[in-house]
Ligand binder design. Structure first.
Ligand SMILES: [Zn+2]
Length: 282
């Protein structure tokens, strides 16, 4: 079975000190491009969907085209819901066939975040669906969730211990200074905090806001224990710029399949580069 939840994929990565790329796909073309890239490198992959993207297609419609690609893949594939702040919508995606979900209650007080995350974990476990949680505030814009620079709050280790123990999440994203979207100004990552949390965390750690980090930053964070790295913005850029470049070069070309083939290659290139780097393939 190639369609799996995140458990086996992330445990293997954590044990073997590499990271799995989790790519935010926006449609069939980007999903296919990402999975083909993973197959060519013989590496497992996590395909993520933002809430906004799922709502644009509909839960049933989106799973309808994603599941066959995951089930027929030559590598392990998890289909994960990214940053859902809505308990009911998260449950609807669990029912709709997602093998993994992120419930993001990071904007809530700790006790409410724990309460909602626990509810999702209890709902997901019997259905063999994994759950990712978050603490602290990852700045930037992800979907329609806006976290301003001033609101930036790193995860506190004491809170993380309580959260992890209480919720029993399968993967954990502590805010350590990375941001969603395109970085403005200097990136300040708290590596010591990340290392500290990884030492006591029973589950694998997730790095959000991967687009724009330097190779050195990725390398250091993966060495310190990041097992899942989220890449969203780089995919969006490759997709939109790929289409724009093709149309500019071929203004008279009206065959959509040629436009799609070119764009898919551009997305695949970006996914390939990231997987190679995260899995330490030279
Ligand atoms: Zn994120």
């Amino acid at each position: 079975m190639s369609y799996v939840n995140m458990e086996a994929i992330l445990e293997h990565a954590r044990k073997n000190h590499y990271a799995v790329g989790a790519f935010n796909i926006v449609n069939y073309l980007t999903a296919k491009a990402a999975i083909e890239a993973a197959e060519e490198l013989n590496q497992n992959i996590i395909i993520q969907t933002s809430v906004k993207t799922v709502k644009a297609f509909g839960i049933v419609e989106m799973m309808g085209f994603l599941k066959p690609i995951a089930e027929n893949a030559q590598v392990k594939v998890a289909i994960h819901l990214d940053h859902s702040t809505d308990v009911e919508f998260t449950k609807a995606c669990i029912d709709g066939g997602w093998s993994s979900v992120m419930y993001d209650g990071s904007q809530l007080p700790l006790v409410d975040n724990i309460k909602n995350t626990k509810e999702i974990v209890a709902y997901a476990k019997p259905k063999n669906v994994t759950v990712e949680g978050e603490l602290g505030a990852i700045v930037g814009v992800e979907d329609d969730i806006v976290v301003k620079e001033g609101d930036h709050a790193h995860a506190k280790p004491a809170d993380c211990r309580i959260y992890l123990k209480e919720t029993g999440v399968d993967a954990f994203a502590p805010a350590i200074g990375t941001a969603h979207g395109v970085y403005k100004g200097e990136i300040k990552i708290d590596y010591d905090l990340f290392e500290d949390i990884n030492e006591f965390s029973l589950c694998p750690l997730v790095l959000h806001g991967g687009t724009g980090l330097s190779d050195e930053m990725f390398h250091r964070l993966i060495s310190l224990g990041a097992s899942k790295v989220n890449i969203s913005t780089a995919i969006k850029i490759a997709y939109c710029q790929g289409m724009a470049a093709f149309s500019k070069e071929n203004p008279a070309q009206n065959d959509p399949l040629k436009l799609d083939a070119f764009t898919k290659q551009e997305v695949k290139k970006v996914v390939t580069e990231h997987i190679r780097f995260f899995s330490r393939i030279d």
